[in-house]
Design a protein around this ligand. Structure first.
Ligand code: MN
Ligand code: MN
Length: 281
């Protein structure tokens, strides 16, 4: 079952859709462990309407109040540049249609082509990045497209107006310096306040690396970084957001490290809650 809590409509039968799932089964840019390529499949599998309903916590019925489709997976069988071009094309197509892409990774490298696509349509774009890591290495082991580098590429190409990073707890002085230089607003895990209310003026892209959560809440990631956020803290943050969300990704689910599908269920829950905020900002 891959029905997203019963909310999914058959792409072949609908004329218009507002939300579109795009899977990116790609983990060639993961620096430590492979496995994130299994992410999209694991999220779809766990999302069955036999276990979940299509209603969000804030009362949005994703089956009734919007049209959600699944466009399947991007072709990742070629080399990395081909894959990135395919991501860009698919994401762009969805945004051009006036819909919101829900991009399921895959390792975090896929965010660079995805943001590029969205930024080509929304010239004034803000980015909310939730992660244990800033992902702003100039390169990692000589690779500028590593999953440790997407935010460096996004900043150097000036793809976003404002970048806000939340949950950071494994950085370096070099990346802190880069964040200052580009006026990135950072809310570390240490500084995470009781109630975090974020407001964005420009259309917003959300990029959520599942290692932003404490490994106790999300064991199914390649990099376990203790001291992270709880499921509740992140869901609350999303529910309090004041922004027009135009695209989002959920990345770094590594099913081979997951326990009883806990992390996949959390990823699906986030899809629902963020989608709910798209429907009712
Ligand atoms: Mn991370
Ligand atoms: Mn990341």
């Amino acid at each position: 079952m891959t029905d997203f809590g019963g909310a999914l409509k058959d792409y072949a039968r609908v004329k218009n859709f507002q939300l579109a799932v795009i899977g990116v089964p790609f983990d060639e840019k993961s620096s430590f462990l492979r496995g994130a390529a299994g992410g999209p499949e694991a999220i779809r599998r766990v999302s069955t309407g036999k276990c979940y309903n299509p209603d969000t916590e804030l009362g949005v019925d994703l089956a009734e109040e919007t049209v959600l489709v699944d466009l399947g997976d991007v072709d990742t069988s070629g080399d990395v540049l081909k894959t990135f071009a395919a991501i860009e094309e698919k994401v762009r197509e969805v945004v051009m249609n006036g819909a919101v892409p829900i991009i399921l990774g895959g390792d975090h490298s896929i965010t660079y082509p995805a943001v590029k696509a969205v930024a080509s349509i929304f010239r004034e774009l803000d980015l909310l990045h939730l992660d244990a890591h800033p992902d702003m290495y100039e390169d990692l082991y000589g690779d500028r497209l590593s999953h440790a580098c997407p935010m460096a590429r996004i900043l150097e190409e000036d793809l976003v107006k404002n970048m806000v990073q939340v949950g950071i707890r494994a950085t370096t002085p070099e990346m802190e310096e880069l964040a200052r230089k580009h006026r990135v607003k950072t809310i570390t895990a240490r500084e995470f306040p009781e109630k975090l209310e974020l407001a964005f003026e420009n259309p917003l892209y959300i990029s959520l690396d599942l290692d932003v959560f404490d490994p106790a809440f999300a064991p199914g990631v390649s990099h376990h970084e203790p001291g992270g956020l709880t499921s509740r803290q992140v869901i609350d943050l999303i529910q309090r957001l004041r922004a027009k969300i135009v695209a989002f990704d959920i990345v770094e689910l590594n099913p081979s490290r997951d326990v009883s599908g806990i992390t996949a269920s959390l990823a699906f829950k986030l899809v629902k809650e963020i989608a709910g905020k798209v429907v009712r900002p």
